[in-house]
Design a protein around this ligand. Structure first.
Ligand SMILES: NC(=O)C1=CN([C@@H]2O[C@H](COP(=O)(O)OP(=O)(O)OC[C@H]3O[C@@H](n4cnc5c(N)ncnc54)[C@H](O)[C@@H]3O)[C@@H](O)[C@H]2O)[C@@H](O)CC1
Ligand SMILES: [K+]
Length: 478
């Protein structure tokens, strides 16, 4: 499990750890990990040009100490000090004694143009969102000369606790973070600004409280996946009822069922009009058409505007089994939910539910997913490049595996099916949503292999994703 903590949590853990080790130990660990990550990124240190952009806090100190290590390994290291009078004294002295130098103000552009790598040590967890004008000017040069950036702890300027980026901020190829992930590294748009995130262990683990955000890895998913045993039969494995599709949107029925059949259940019942039912049955003779006992419901995709379908949603929500509500069905979720409910809106749907602008949801994904979870007393899975799954209380899960090729018509219907299958298999809405998303994205990666795919390809690759996740889990626990 990848876990993320707030700035307050990190500061408290650092203080507790610092009381047990000699001064400078943590910064030493951070700088060592940072320098190693830079060498990995560059493929070596000898003869490369590294440019540090350092603010006045300990984040700049980390960058300067790492620069000193790189200089000792043969890199040419220069530093732009955004506030020379307040630069981290120990870090600056270390850099100078290792042969690094400070770039005079009128030589900044040349230094950027020459650099193979920029180390962003402008601000870390002590920073407010945004960059001051001088930092903006330097980072504009970095962008103009297309120099890759390694961010120290966080890309400077993002809101560290939310992943929001209302102001100018750094965009990094790699972020080397210390002790634990910060929330803004896992939640978009901050996550996109962070690039590939590399965690350096500085010994904080024992001092950290429960995380506020977590991200499942393959071994976590593998440990939770239902697998049949010799006593299993179709009813114990779970029966999912799918209420999706209409005469107008027949594809939604077929795709939601295909996603469900890619999951670990025993049987699917399809409930809907004749035409989509006929298409579903033609494709999968094993699907049973019509109502009956189920262990979970998926309602919503492609229901259209017909008022009687609102009753289908209401009936499912009033029942005593878990319900996933997607797409059109979300219009009919009126009051607070009871029982286990998973809502799976995309940004536009969540914006409509909360009566805010879609751009607001894009900018504040964690905030609005949590707000909706609280308001409807349900687990809310907000789709997107980094899907957020917010339960009514407790840590939020985010998904960071996947490929943008999954953003294709109908892939949401497939997602509802696989998540529903996991609900029917007895998993909680939080587990079903976050594991379903992981399997769906993994299936997308396996199906795409870097090329275009359609929703059916994702559904077809779900069994492969299941096997892939189980093998990855076995490998990790071996
Ligand atoms: N506290 C610790 O034990 C450790 C801290 N470490 C490093 O220390 C960092 C935190 O250091 P600090 O608490 O000194 O804080 P930062 O270095 O993150 O930034 C604080 C400084 O930046 C200024 N500032 C705030 N917002 C700004 C903005 N938008 N633009 C420009 N300047 C701004 C503040 O006036 C202050 O001087 C971590 O992110 C990490 O890199 C690591 O060395 C590991 C150990
Ligand atoms: K930084």
């Amino acid at each position: 499990m990848r876990t993320a903590h707030t700035v307050v949590q990190v500061r408290a853990a650092e203080a507790a750890l610092m009381a047990t080790v000699p001064d400078g130990t943590l910064m030493d660990r951070a700088a060592t990990g940072l320098a190693t990550a830079c060498v990995d990124f560059l493929g070596g240190a000898y003869g490369v040009d590294v440019l540090i952009v350092a603010g006045s806090g300990a984040n700049g100190g980390d960058a300067l100490y790492a620069g000193a290590r790189l200089a000792r390994r043969g890199a040419r290291v220069a530093a732009i000090l955004l506030n020379p009078a307040k630069a981290h004294a120990g870090g600056l002295a270390a850099l100078r004694s290792a042969g690094g130098h400070v770039v005079p103000e009128d030589e900044r552009e040349d230094a950027v143009a020459r650099a193979d790598l920029v180390l962003d040590g402008i601000v870390g967890i002590g920073g407010k969102p945004g960059l001051r004008p001088e930092a903006v000017r330097v980072m504009e040069l970095v962008q103009r000369y297309d120099v890759p950036v390694v961010a120290v702890d966080v890309p400077s300027g993002i809101d560290v606790d939310t992943g929001e980026t209302p102001e100018p901020h750094v965009r990094a190829a790699v972020t080397v973070t210390f002790g634990t992930h910060k929330v803004g590294l896992l939640v978009d748009p901050g996550a996109s600004a962070a690039g590939v995130v590399h965690l350096v262990d500085i010994g904080l683990g024992p001092y950290l409280p429960d995380p506020v955000v977590e991200s499942l890895q393959a071994s976590d998913v593998a440990a939770l996946l239902p697998v049949p045993d010799r006593t299993s039969h179709k009813y114990t494995r779970g029966v999912l009822g799918v209420v999706a599709g209409s005469d107008q949107y027949t594809g939604a029925a077929v795709l939601a069922v295909s996603g469900a059949l890619g999951g670990p259940l025993g049987m699917v019942r399809y409930v809907g009009p004749d035409e989509p039912a006929r298409l579903v049955r033609a494709r999968w003779p094993e699907v049973v058409a019509g109502e009956g006992r189920v262990q979970a419901w998926v309602v919503g995709s492609g229901l259209g505007e017909a008022p009687e379908r609102a009753e289908d949603v209401a009936r499912a929500l009033a029942g005593d089994v878990p319900v996933l509500v997607d797409a059109d069905g979300l219009r009919h979720v009126l009051g607070r939910c009871e029982g286990e409910v998973l809502l799976t809106p995309h940004e536009g749907e969540l914006a409509r539910m909360l009566e805010v602008e879609r751009t607001d949801v894009t900018a504040r994904r964690l905030h609005y997913a949590r707000e909706a979870a609280d308001r409807w007393n349900a687990t809310v899975l907000l789709k997107g490049a980094t899907t957020v799954v917010a339960p009514p209380s407790g840590p939020v899960r985010v998904n960071s595996v996947g490929t943008p090729w999954v953003a294709t018509a109908g892939s949401g219907d497939v997602l509802s099916g696989i998540c529903g299958a996991l609900l029917a298999g007895g998993l909680s809405p939080l587990d079903a949503g976050s594991m379903g998303c992981f399997l769906h994205e993994t299936a997308g990666v396996l199906a795409s292999r870097g090329g275009p795919i359609v929703a059916e390809d994702i559904a077809a690759a779900l069994p492969d994703a299941y096997r892939f996740v189980r093998e990855a889990g076995d490998a990790e626990s071996a």
